[in-house]
Design a protein around this ligand. Structure first.
Ligand code: GCU
Length: 362
């Protein structure tokens, strides 16, 4: 049934390939999405160093002494210019190498409505968390933070003057996520073979792009990411490119606007999901989140599955129909769940993700 729906919606299948061809096929998908949607990613920094601040006052009252919580400043040099931003490293006390999340959030607070820090620690995970607007603001202003460093001056206050494939803000936040992973590589308490990147909504789109760009992430988690994230775009319910590129043109490159006419699309979001193969992709949907469209999220998992199957792995293991509320499909290398309720990153979602990771640790 789902393949039929994909066909009716005009979604291009992932064509069969040999495992030896995957790196180049993957690159091809990524290149299309970068050139037409998110923009050319920023280069790796010329250098990055980390300044660990003393233990943070926020750690002990909320976490009962079970974790240390440090502020860290990433000092980077990119294209010869300096750029620094803060993040928090919350790590269980005791010996060990902990699986961990890189979590880009809507506030710097620990804990926060989307960030049940103590429960995450109790599950044996560490978290590197950041407030996305510490990197650059969530608006048309390209003069501040990282945007101000990498955007030519004439385009900083008029985004339409950017090169058509110059990166939008999602690509910039994704770049910062990767720097948190650079930090993890320097901290012996963090297990680099079990790194997850997670985000909600616009930051779910960001998490997905981060995981597509950086294969060091074993788990890539897009919560309620929807349009221009993990949902098939063509003929979806709720939000469309014409909406998102009118309200949030600064998240994307200029090229993306032309796809307000979706009949012009030569790509769709299942291609981005496919670039995660053969690693683990986790998609979280909520039944009351029609703007994101849970069914189109499932469809892109289904369409992307082919990439895993060609690599001899299981993609989405699920019945050939849309999910019912409360269903979880965690058996393959793609996990999808449909929760009751609205657009939100809930404790239920975190538990689905943590249970999945615990079963699939390297
Ligand atoms: C808006 C936008 C969505 C986005 C969401 C969010 O609703 O249209 O695409 O996911 O904001 O980030 O909260």
């Amino acid at each position: 049934m789902l393949h039929k729906i994909l066909k009716e919606r005009g979604i291009k299948e992932i064509l069969p390939f040999l495992p030896t061809e995957w790196a180049s096929v993957r690159r091809k998908y990524l290149d299309i999405l970068l050139a037409e949607e998110y923009g050319t990613p920023l280069p790796a920094p010329d250098s990055v160093t980390f300044e660990e601040m003393p233990f943070d006052y926020r750690s002990f009252p909320s976490l009962a002494g079970k974790a240390t919580c440090r502020k860290v400043i990433a000092h980077t040099v990119i294209g010869g210019k300096e750029f620094s931003f803060p993040f928090m490293a919350t790590i269980p006390v005791g010996e060990g190498k902990f699986p961990f999340f890189v979590f880009n959030n809507f506030s710097p607070n620990i804990p926060d409505k989307y960030f049940p820090t103590e429960e995450i620690i109790d599950n044996g995970f560490a978290v590197l968390s950041m407030f996305y607007q510490d990197v650059t603001t969530d608006d048309r202003d390209f003069s501040n933070g990282l945007a101000g460093i990498v955007t030519p001056e004439e385009a900083q206050s008029d985004l339409t003057l950017r090169a058509p494939n110059a990166p939008g803000k999602i690509a910039m936040w994704a770049w910062a996520n990767m720097r948190l992973l650079d930090y993890a590589a320097t901290n012996p308490s963090l297990d680099m073979s079990n790194a997850a990147v997670i985000g909600h909504s616009r930051l779910g789109k960001t998490a997905l792009l981060t995981g597509a760009l950086d294969e060091r992430f074993r788990f890539v988690i897009a919560n309620n990411a929807g349009c221009s994230g993990d949902a098939i775009t063509r003929k979806k319910q709720g939000e469309h490119i014409k909406d998102i590129s009118r309200m949030f043109p600064f998240w994307f490159c200029e090229n993306y606007k032309k796809y307000a006419d979706e009949s012009l699309l030569t790509f769709d979001q299942h291609m981005l999901v496919a670039t995660i193969a053969p690693r683990h992709f986790l998609s979280g949907a909520a039944v009351g989140d029609g703007w994101a469209d849970p069914e189109s999220q499932l469809l892109s998992c289904r369409a992307a599955s082919v990439a895993w199957e060609q690599l001899g792995k299981k993609g989405l293991v699920a019945p050939d129909r849309y999910a019912e509320v409360g269903e979880q499909f965690p058996e393959g290398n793609i996990s999808y769940h449909l929760r009751d309720g609205l657009h939100y990153l809930s404790r239920y979602d975190w538990n689905v993700y943590m249970n999945y990771i615990k079963k699939n640790l390297a």
